[in-house]
Design a protein around this ligand. Structure first.
Ligand code: FMN
Length: 325
């Protein structure tokens, strides 16, 4: 399949694996890229720019296909060494960057000068237009269904994607709730030129996370995610567990007076315990409603090949069939 997204990133299939904290290691990114998609290493999971440089080098040993790095701009007091991370990306010869979390304008000149294509992840049309205006090459439009941070507007993809198509000139991919060929064909129909998946890629053989995480996603239904940290205007969609229910009780009890410190036990330092050690009750971890559509743990190649062949069957068979009738 050829779209402006496959052309932009030099990939075979219009499928991107979104940056994921403590999931987006070299093994994940390489597996997706080797399967013809765009794999993404999560920059900030690497503790230092030097560690990121090593992770990029490791990924390059595992694939000769294009892959990218995610740079998430967090509203934190102790700012990560962003100039250092950007330098590691540029020096590592990476040609695609997924930015998220905040306006990436400050970093664009350096990235563009190095010939890097930038796709910015946004949860609204207004932020997508901003990304276009500042010179991003593409946008990943992240609907309310998504795992991770859906923003505060709560617009699901059935509205958000066609709205983005009405306004944007640069290409965009659909993100949030994407799992299979039906997602891809629907996203294309609504104006996207590909799709970005997070949760779906965690439940793959190559995802370098504890088996418990994959099994939890397969076991979960579309009813099993919760929105946490809404009172802090840092909403995150997570898979429910005892820690998440405790966190929500605190939010209810403390109301608008809640502070980050009140929920620190449920959210801080949770990712390595969940993703590496498989301690599934350790705290709140991002997961999309799309878990309800995930019933197996294929290889990335099986997943992507299956999506592409089924997409063709849907377009040429089911959709064409309706017209013929
Ligand atoms: C476990 C997990 C961790 C994530 N970590 C990040 C992150 O560090 N930075 C980021 O930009 N997005 C992050 N995301 C969001 C994904 O990149 C992607 O946008 C989202 O998962 C899409 O929704 P889906 O899960 O319904 O496919 C994360 C998602 C998950 C499930």
């Amino acid at each position: 399949m050829k779209t402006r997204i496959t052309e932009l990133f030099g990939i075979e299939h219009p499928i991107i694996q979104g940056g994921m904290h403590f999931v987006g290691f070299a093994e994940m990114a390489a597996a997706v890229s080797n399967a013809g998609g765009l794999g993404i290493i999560t920059g900030l999971t690497q503790r230092t720019p030097d560690d990121l440089a090593k992770e990029i080098a490791r990924c390059r040993e595992m694939t000769d296909k294009p892959f990218g790095v995610n740079l998430t701009f967090l509203p934190s007091v102790n700012q990560p060494d962003y100039p250092g991370y950007v330098k590691a990306i540029v020096d590592g010869g990476v040609k695609a960057v997924e930015t998220a979390g905040n306006n990436p304008a400050k970093w664009l000149p350096g990235l563009k000068e190095a010939g890097i294509k930038v796709i910015h992840k946004c949860t609204s049309v207004r932020h997508s237009l901003k990304a276009e205006a500042i010179g991003c090459d593409a946008v990943s439009v992240d609907g309310f269904e998504c795992g991770g941070h859906p923003g505060e507007d709560d617009v699901p993809n059935f509205i958000l994607l066609p709205r983005a198509a009405e306004e944007l000139k640069i290409p965009f991919v659909a993100s949030g709730g994407m799992a299979d060929a039906r997602s891809l064909v629907a996203a294309l129909a609504m104006g996207a030129e590909g799709m970005n998946m997070g949760t779906r890629f965690i439940a793959t053989r190559e995802a370098p996370v504890h088996e418990n995480v994959k099994l939890a996603i397969v076991a979960a239904s579309e009813l099993d995610t919760r929105l946490v940290m809404r009172p802090l205007r840092n909403t995150e969609r997570v898979l429910t567990n005892a820690a998440v229910e405790r966190l929500l009780e605190k939010e209810k009890a403390l109301g608008p007076n809640i502070k980050f410190e009140d929920i620190i036990e449920e959210v801080a330092g949770v990712y390595p315990r969940i993703m590496m050690d498989g301690e599934m009750e350790a705290g709140a971890w991002s997961c999309g409603m799309v878990a309800g559509l995930i019933h197996d743990i294929p290889t990335c190649k099986e997943l992507i090949d299956g999506i592409m062949s089924e997409a063709e069957r849907i377009i040429r068979g089911r959709l064409e069939g309706f017209l013929a009738a």
